[in-house]
Design a protein around this ligand. Structure first.
Ligand code: NAD
Length: 338
C-alpha cells in the first residue's frame, strides 16, 4: 500500500528539483501517496502565512515529509520555517551522510554520517543581555543547555543508526576538557550507551578541534560521528565540503513522531526559474526517506542510478561541470535505473 507523505516543493529552485525527484522516484517504483502542501514564501503567497496549519496538520497525519528549500528573509520578516518545523515536531536528530560521488575530487573513499543533536545546546534560544551601570546591553549571555535525556536519545539514535546501516564505529565529538559540566554530561551519556553496544560497534571520542583537523587531513578514518548542536552545525558543513559542496548533500531531521527529509542547500535565487538546478541533493534526501520507511532496495537503486549518471559524466548539470537542464539530468538518472 502507498505510504502517505507530505510534499512541500518549496521556493526558488524547489518546484523544479521536486518535479525531477518525483519523476525519478516514480520510475524507480517508489510507492508514495503525496500530499502537496506549501510553506515559506509560497505559503505566504497562497495562504498568508509561512507555516500554514494545513501543512502542519498534514505532517501530523503522515509523520513523513519531503521538503524543498524554503526562503527565509534576512534580518526582518518571518522566522525560519525550518527551525520552527524542527521545534514543532521535536526533530531531535539531524542526520547528514557525506560520500564522495564525483570522481577526482580532493578526497576519495569518504563515507561519513554526521549525526547532530538538533534541539539543545546554545541553540535552545536561552539568551539575554546583562545591564552593567547605564549600559543595558553591556554583556550577553547564551546558555548551552545539555540534558541527560537529550544526550542519551541522540547517542542511542547514532548507535542504532550505525547498527541498522552496517556501520562499524561511532565517534563522539565533544569539548569536555573545557566545558566539564555540559559537554561532560554529553560524553558520560555516550560512554554509558557505548557499553550497551560493546562487541557490536566500536566507539571512540575526539575533542572537537582535533576532530576538525583530522576530518580535513584524513576523512577516511571516520565512520559515524555524533555530536552536540553547534559543533554538529559547523562540522556538518565541513563534511559536505569534503565531498564537493552542497549540490549533492542530503539531510534528514528525525523525531519520535515525524521525520522531514530535505536538501541541505537553499532556494538558489540566482538560478531559480531557469530549470538548470541539480536535483541530486533532494533526490538523495528522498533516498534517506526510503531508507527510513524500510525500502532500502529502492533507495539503493536510485542512489546507484544517480552515481552512474555522475560517474559517466555525459549528462551533468552546470554545478557538476555540465550543461544539462534539471529535466535532462533527471531523464539520464532514469535511464540508469537498473
Ligand atoms: P543556496 O544554497 O540557495 O545557494 C548557494 C549557491 O549554491 C548559489 O550559487 C546557488 O545557485 C548554488 N546552489 C544551491 N543549490 C543548488 C542546486 N541544487 N543546483 C545548483 N546550484 C545550487 O544558499 P543562499 O543563497 O545562502 O540561500 C538562499 C535562500 O535559501 C535564503 O532565503 C535562505 O534562507 C534559504 N535556505 C533554505 C534552506 C532550507 O530550506 N533548508 C537552507 C539554506 C538556505
Amino acid at each position: 500500500m502507498a505510504r502517505a507523505c507530505t510534499l512541500i516543493p518549496g521556493d526558488g529552485i524547489g518546484p523544479d528539483i521536486t518535479d525531477a525527484t518525483l519523476a525519478i522516484l516514480d520510475a524507480a517504483g517508489a510507492d508514495f501517496d503525496w500530499d502537496r502542501q506549501v510553506a515559506g514564501a509560497a505559503g505566504v503567497e497562497q495562504t498568508g502565512t509561512p507555516m500554514p496549519d494545513e501543512t502542519l496538520d498534514s505532517i501530523k497525519r503522515t509523520r513523513l515529509a519531503l521538503k524543498g528549500p524554503l526562503e527565509t528573509p534576512v534580518g526582518e520578516g518571518y522566522r525560519s520555517v525550518n527551525v520552527a518545523l524542527r521545534q514543532t515536531f521535536d526533530l531531535y536528530a539531524n542526520v547528514r551522510p557525506a560520500r564522495d560521488i564525483v570522481p577526482g575530487g580532493r578526497y576519495d573513499g569518504v563515507d561519513i554520517v554526521l549525526i547532530r543533536e538538533n534541539t539543545e545546546d546554545l541553540y535552545a534560544g536561552l539568551e539575554h543581555y546583562i545591564r552593567i551601570g547605564e549600559d543595558p546591553q553591556a554583556a550577553a549571555e547564551s546558555i548551552a543547555l545539555i540534558t541527560r535525556v537529550g544526550s542519551e536519545r541522540i547517542v542511542r539514535y547514532a548507535f542504532d543508526y550505525a547498527l541498522r546501516h552496517g556501520r562499524k564505529k561511532v565517534t563522539l565529538v565533544h569539548k569536555a576538557n573545557i566545558l566539564k559540566y555540559s559537554q561532560g554530561l554529553f560524553r558520560a551519556m555516550g560512554q554509558k550507551v557505548a557499553k550497551e553496544y560493546e562487541g557490536k560497534l566500536a566507539y571512540d571520542e575526539r575533542i572537537v578541534d582535533a576532530a576538525a583537523m583530522q576530518l580535513v587531513l584524513d576523512p577516511g578514518r571516520f565512520d559515524v560521528l555524533v555530536t552536540t548542536n553547534m559543533f554538529g552545525d559547523i562540522l556538518s558543513d565541513l563534511v559536505s565540503g569534503l565531498v564537493g559542496g552542497l549540490g549533492l548533500a542530503p539531510g534528514s531531521n528525525i523525531g519520535r513522531d515525524a521525520a522531514i527529509f530535505e536538501a541541505v542547500h537553499g532556494t538558489a535565487p540566482d538560478i531559480a526559474g531557469q530549470g538548470i538546478a541539480n536535483p541530486g541533493a533532494l533526490l538523495l534526501a528522498a533516498c534517506l526517506m526510503l531508507d527510513h520507511v524500510g525500502d532500502r532496495f529502492r533507495a539503493d537503486r536510485v542512489r546507484r542510478a544517480l552515481e552512474s549518471t555522475i560517474r559517466e559524466g555525459k549528462v551533468l548539470t552546470r554545478d557538476l561541470g555540465g550543461s544539462a537542464t534539471t529535466r535532462e539530468f533527471a531523464d539520464a538518472v532514469i535511464s540508469h535505473l537498473a
